[in-house]
Design a protein around this ligand. Structure first.
Ligand code: DC
Length: 229
């Protein structure tokens, strides 16, 4: 059976990675979380003091970009863990601090250029499920299956709140809702590769779907896309 590229784009915290991971595992494809790559760059910028009061020192980050090495390694559970310059930062990139810093970092053209070319290299053989904001529009405009996922901001904030508190982080629902709305705005209004639905992407609003229902929907779309008559 042909190995295709599956591009899953959409708003933040709408469950893209949950469905992308499930599909990759089910069909034996590689899963790539491109948001994790931008999060790792944001963590690097925070650690080096290139972000203060929400403003990124773009010149300093650009000069340091050759040192930023983002990679993935499979963890004991078989899921990829994000490495920054060889260090496992999978947990460090999931904090609200990094979530608040990542959208302005991801809007910088030199950051996007560096991440996009790495992502294209990872997917060039097919057999990949990649989730992000611009996979079906900019990274793989010829992906054979494109999905655009959304859900209401309130539903997404509640899901992120449940996820972070389950991990023991102290956060408030209101702060998360504010962050979700701010990221939607920045991601959709930036100049380079803004978040938008590709004309040939299938829309999935999962506000009222269970995880099992959305997984079943995605698998059915995958089977249609890979069906050879
Ligand atoms: O999916 P996520 O919440 O982990 O993504 C983190 C941020 O990275 C998000 O606010 C926008 C940015 N991003 C992007 O600009 N392009 C991508 N392909 C993936 C994520």
């Amino acid at each position: 059976m042909k190995k295709i590229i599956v591009a899953i784009d959409g708003h933040s915290s709408c469950g893209k990675s949950t469905m992308a991971k499930m599909l990759a595992r089910r069909v034996g494809y590689i899963y790539v979380d491109t948001g994790a790559m931008y999060r790792a760059v944001a963590l690097f910028a925070l650690r080096h003091g290139f972000i203060s009061e929400g403003r990124v020192d773009a010149a300093a980050l650009e000069a340091a970009m050759p040192q930023v090495e983002v990679a993935f390694r499979l963890g004991a559970d078989g899921l990829p863990r994000t490495l920054l310059c060889g260090e496992d930062v999978e947990d460090a990139i999931r904090t609200l601090e990094v979530s608040a810093a990542v959208s302005p970092v991801a809007a910088l053209p030199f950051v996007r250029a560096a991440m996009t070319s790495q992502q294209q290299a990872m997917g060039k053989e097919g057999g990949i499920v990649m989730d992000g904001r611009d996979i079906g529009t900019a990274v793989f405009p010829h992906a054979q299956l494109k999905i655009f996922v959304t859900a209401s901001a309130e539903v997404r904030a509640q899901r992120r709140y449940d996820e972070l508190t389950a991990k023991g982080q102290t956060v408030t629902y209101d702060d998360i809702l504010k962050n979700v709305r701010e990221r939607d705005y920045i991601d959709s209004h930036r100049e380079v590769a803004p978040l938008r639905q590709a004309p040939d992407a299938l829309l999935l609003d999962n506000s009222t779907l269970s995880i099992d229902e959305q997984n079943a929907w995605l698998l059915a779309r995958f089977n249609e896309a890979t069906h050879e008559d």
